[in-house]
Design a protein around this ligand. Structure first.
Ligand code: DOR
Length: 429
């Protein structure tokens, strides 16, 4: 078909550096990168004036809800939200119904992702069957079926012996275990961060130590087994410090932080709105600042959304009954650029090539923008100020905490294997 797309006027930012360049894409691959390219033969010219052209974003942490909770999101609507957020690849979390603990379920998720064609959907597998924390999932079979990241997200693996065995198994298979760090015994009934605010609001608290104990335990299990661990949605200052020390010791520990943990605090629960209920909970400003500092100095490798759509009727329930979680895919870039004081290239690294490496997709995503490379690309205006219009969200759910909140940086175009999934801020399909 020889389809040719030209991206003109942008500043290319990738893991090799930054430069002013036009980018020509032919048949799904980057064909040419040069200061000025002739548009004559292009089938489509995408303008990128004032924009950054970067490798597509990779989300390590997306809840797509299908199978099982299609009223909240489907793989198609979630993939569209991802594309609009500049993502070319998402890791689909396993807390579906049925759980992603068998080859048939992960194959279903992968096929639905391919059918939607908006984003590369990589299913994670659960570490334990049904995410019940009792029996290991068939990690070998799932790994043979292409699963690279395993997690019981939504819950942490409580049993240290089971986690040790999972790590030993993972080391043999060359896969990564990602932990939702929460000691359940310490968070029963909790709806928000335990601290001054929860006492004032009279709400049961989720103490920071419930996260930190498991961060510490898993770091020590990494030291014992040599297997890598990725720490999901890290949220406390002490957790950041523990990861910093683990990295200083040379341990294969990676970590992510969400846009909400770098932008929102527990004070927002003052109005008792479940929009701000999330797991782990919004913490204090000191924690927010520590998480931002962790991203700045590279202790935290990646920004991951924890995109967690929930149908309106569930989020409208009282705080203790409403499920935790907030949307993330369409606002991650705008929140990150508005709240992080770090070089733009480092923000892009945390959104693209660093998570690509952790997800095991670095052969396709987060690649240098150079001739012959797969054209998974994001074009965004880093300076565009905007606000969320809920009615325009592609997600099936509306549980975003960012309505009326100024955001900075907006996706203009996204290309998946050379095909535009977003043009001028609109999804193409
Ligand atoms: O807030 C959250 N929501 N945290 C999780 O770990 C799970 C997620 C969900 O699935 O809704």
């Amino acid at each position: 078909m020889n389809e040719q797309i030209l991206i003109t006027g942008g500043r290319v930012v990738d893991l090799t550096g930054e430069r002013r360049a036009d980018v020509r894409v032919i048949d799904g691959r980057v064909a040419d990168v040069a200061p000025s390219l002739d548009p004559t033969d292009a089938d489509e010219v995408l303008t990128a004036d004032g924009c950054v052209v970067s490798p597509g974003f990779v989300d390590l942490h997306t809840h797509l809800r299908e199978p099982g909770r299609e009223e909240a999101e489907t793989i198609e609507t979630g993939s569209r939200a991802a594309a609009l957020g500049g993502y070319t690849c998402v890791v689909a979390m396993p807390n579906t119904d049925p759980t992603q603990d068998s080859v048939s379920v992960v194959e279903f998720v992968r096929r639905q992702g391919e059918a939607a064609g908006l984003c590369d959907v990589r299913p994670s597998g659960s570490i334990t069957i049904g995410r019940l924390g009792e029996q290991l999932s068939p990690l070998g079979e799932l790994s043979a079926a292409g699963v690279h990241l395993f997690t019981d997200d939504g819950d942490g693996v409580q049993d240290p012996l089971l986690m040790r065995r999972a790590l030993e198994y993972a080391a043999d298979l060359g896969v990564v275990l990602a932990q939702h760090c929460e000691v359940k015994r310490l968070t029963e009934g909790a709806v928000m961060h335990e601290g001054r605010c929860c006492s004032t609001f009279g709400l049961p608290g989720w103490p920071s130590v419930a996260e930190e104990l498991m961060v510490f335990r898993d770091i020590e299990l990494v030291r014992l087994t040599g297997a890598p661990v990725h720490i999901l949605h890290l949220s406390t200052a002490r957790s950041v410090e523990l990861v910093r020390m683990a990295k200083a010791d040379g341990l294969p520990v990676t970590a992510e932080a969400t846009p909400h943990h770098i932008s929102l605090t527990d004070e927002l629960l003052a109005g008792y709105s479940a929009l701000y209920k999330v797991n782990p909970p919004l913490r204090t400003m000191a924690d927010v600042e520590a998480v931002r500092a962790g991203l700045s100095d590279g202790t935290i490798d990646a920004i991951a959304t924890d995109h967690a759509p929930h149908a309106a009727e569930t989020k409208e329930q009282p705080l203790d009954q409403a499920p935790p979680g907030m949307l993330g895919l369409e606002t991650a870039l705008g929140v990150s650029l508005a709240h992080l004081d770090m070089p733009l290239a480092d923000v892009v690294a945390a959104l693209s090539w660093k998570p690509a490496a952790i997800a095991g997709v670095a052969d396709q995503h987060g690649r240098p923008i150079a001739s012959g490379e797969p054209a998974n690309l994001t074009v965004f205006d880093p300076n565009e100020a905007w606000e969320v219009q809920p009615a325009k969200l592609a997600s099936k759910s509306r549980n975003t905490p960012y309505v009326g909140v100024p955001l900075e940086g907006r996706v203009r175009h996204t290309l998946l294997h050379g095909t535009p999934t977003v043009i001028q801020g609109d999804a193409t399909r």
